[in-house]
Design a protein around this ligand. Structure first.
Ligand SMILES: [Zn+2]
Length: 142
């Protein structure tokens, strides 16, 4: 075989016959023409969804009310609100059990509610320990 009868595939670099219309390895067209089948397989270009721009003004508009993020001042305000004795507890209770359509606020209220329970339980434990200690002290004195 002479040199002129050989050429190389421009796609994968494998040696192919000069007369070959397509590369036997990768199917690349060697005479300026392409296999219709390969062209189909080589174009899996999926249209990328547009990047959401989080800082834009219409971000709030596109998001349904239930998924709207709470702003930094929103969190600050709600934290203050929930910190009010009795009133805050009732508000957290209302928000935690569907008083708001917003999932973020509901979850925040639920976490606050858990915090309230934790505080109540801790207070009870401290009260019980001091009561037991007080009783023990009382009985030891007499
Ligand atoms: Zn090839």
């Amino acid at each position: 075989m002479s040199e002129t009868e050989k050429k190389f595939c421009p796609n994968c670099g494998s040696e192919v016959k000069k007369t070959a219309a397509f590369c036997p390895k990768c199917g690349e067209g060697l005479k300026g023409e392409k296999k219709p089948k390969e062209v189909e397989n080589k174009a899996p270009v999926r249209p990328e969804p547009p990047e959401p721009h989080y800082n834009s003004r219409d971000f709030d508009v596109r998001i349904p009310a239930e998924y709207k993020p709470i702003s930094m001042w929103g969190y600050f305000g709600y934290t203050l609100l929930f910190a009010i004795p009795c009133v805050g507890f009732i508000l957290a209770l209302v928000f935690a059990f569907g008083g708001t359509p917003n999932i973020n606020l509901r979850n925040f209220a639920r976490s606050q509610f858990c915090f309230f329970i934790l505080v109540v339980v801790l207070c009870l434990i401290i009260f019980l320990i001091s009561a037991i200690a007080g009783a023990a002290l009382y009985t030891s004195m007499y």
